[in-house]
Design a protein around this ligand. Structure first.
Ligand SMILES: Cc1cc2nc3c(=O)[nH]c(=O)nc-3n(C[C@H](O)[C@H](O)[C@H](O)COP(=O)(O)OP(=O)(O)OC[C@H]3O[C@@H](n4cnc5c(N)ncnc54)[C@H](O)[C@@H]3O)c2cc1C
Length: 391
């Protein structure tokens, strides 16, 4: 998100754009993301914003010479109940109004697109042809290169330790290597955004929660262009990964972690016992998983928010202090568009599209209560795949 914001600010002609990273680029949640890029969200403007990510990841290599690993494989979503199918039907109608192509499929058609799945319990499915996946580290490096090409400066191994204020607004930052005078600060500190916000008395309701996925050894019959797959009734998602499968999901009993205890660039220890509940559900859908060799169980932490939406915009407490964080495990999908939206917001002094679902000003005083924020973030994680009712 930091690289995307810097890239878009520099591209919009802003001078003196500096990105400060305390460790190395991608060493936060980005280096261990699975890389699925799905676009449909419940609001038109956020869906459009994710569509910009797709367009950007498709075109960045031509602009910067750095590949992004973008693969337009399409995205498949399954329905195992009438209620879930109604949700897909509603989403496909909504997608059309958002300008996003989404087709409804029969179980047989779903099986044709994803031959490794059991379809006996399926009522139907939906397919978004323009969804896909990208390599999170490569996307970041491409955005970083693009930002530099447009004149931004990126400094690694430079921790920001303080925010200087003058007359009630941002006047600069303190870093381990000295101070920088600036009128605008953007907090893109990922799952540390809350702690980083606190330095300047800005409330950023982000909670760090563990998230795991499994990578298998190659499996026969897994093509490179396999669509991404979401099986919400079994709480799991999938993508092709070097001839095998990557399978992750959302446990109903998430584990909160302490961001101060997490080191950038390092994974958390894999928790096989906790992941077992998802593995059991996944084997029922993809029987080939039962005998597949396990290459790695990745356990990473990610920033989640009290309402499942990310956080964008100028903090109401402090002029010149902007936030782009709390991506609820879809920050790769969102960062391209979110970085552009935030850069435009900074340049124009106001949002350039309806960003009310993600606007930082949506939060009330309850967000300054860490216990409330934590319990809501846990609830939202646990209900990630709950059926959404018509709005
Ligand atoms: C297991 C797992 C799987 C995921 N799968 C997907 C997926 O398939 N698709 C998807 O879209 N998303 C996925 N995500 C989510 C995605 O990884 C994140 O949403 C995204 O990486 C967030 O990017 P970011 O730039 O906001 O934060 P980060 O990548 O965490 O970057 C924040 C940076 O801020 C730096 N920083 C913090 N404090 C300071 C300071 N004081 N000074 C200087 N620098 C500082 C950190 O070092 C860090 O590099 C997944 C996450 C996990 C954990």
């Amino acid at each position: 998100m930091g690289c995307s914001t810097a890239y878009h600010l520099a591209k919009l002609g802003q001078r003196d754009v500096v990105l400060l990273e305390r460790h190395t680029l991608t060493s936060g949640s980005t280096f261990h993301a699975a890389g699925l890029v799905g676009q449909l969200r419940s609001s038109a403007s956020v869906t459009r914003l994710l569509g910009h990510s797709v367009a950007l990841y498709e075109s960045l290599e031509a602009e910067t010479g750095q590949a992004t690993g973008w693969k337009r494989s399409g995205g498949l979503r399954l329905a195992c109940s009438r209620e879930r199918m109604e949700e897909l039907e509603r989403q496909s109608r909504t997608a059309r109004t958002f300008g996003l192509e989404m087709h409804l499929l029969t179980p047989k058609e779903a099986h044709r697109r994803w031959p490794l799945i059991e379809v006996d319990d399926l009522v139907g499915a939906a397919f978004v042809p323009s969804d896909g996946s990208a390599s999170p580290a490569d996307v970041t490096q491409a955005l970083a290169r693009g930002a530099r090409m447009h004149g931004a400066t990126l400094v690694e191994r430079c921790r920001v330790t303080g925010v200087n204020l003058r007359e009630g607004r941002v006047a600069g930052v303190q870093t381990e290597s000295g101070a920088i005078v600036c009128e605008i600060v953007v907090n893109c500190a990922g799952r540390w955004a809350s702690e980083f916000g606190r330095i300047a008395s800005v409330t950023v309701p982000v909670v760090s929660i563990e998230h795991q996925f499994l990578i298998t050894e190659p499996i026969e019959g897994v093509p490179r262009d396999l669509p991404t797959l979401r099986d919400p009734d079994r709480l799991t998602y999938y993508k092709e990964e070097t001839g095998g499968l990557l399978m992750g999901g959302y446990e109903p009993n998430p584990v909160v972690c302490d961001p101060d205890a997490e080191r950038p660039g390092e994974l958390l220890p894999p928790d096989f016992d906790h992941f077992q509940q998802l593995a059991d559900l996944a084997v029922g859908r993809v029987p080939a998983l039962e005998h597949a060799g396990i290459r790695q169980l990745v356990n990473g932490a990610e920033g989640f928010t009290p309402d499942g939406q990310f956080i964008l915009g100028e903090a109401p407490e402090l002029r010149g202090y902007y936030v782009g964080a709390g991506f609820n495990a879809y920050g790769i999908a969102a960062a391209g568009g979110a970085g552009r939206a935030l850069a435009e917001w900074i340049c124009a002094g106001e949002p350039t599209s309806d960003l009310s679902p993600v606007d930082i000003r949506r939060f009330g005083p309850s967000c300054s209560d860490p216990a409330w924020v934590r319990s809501r973030a846990i609830e939202l994680y646990a209900r990630h795949y709950a059926i959404t009712r018509a709005e």
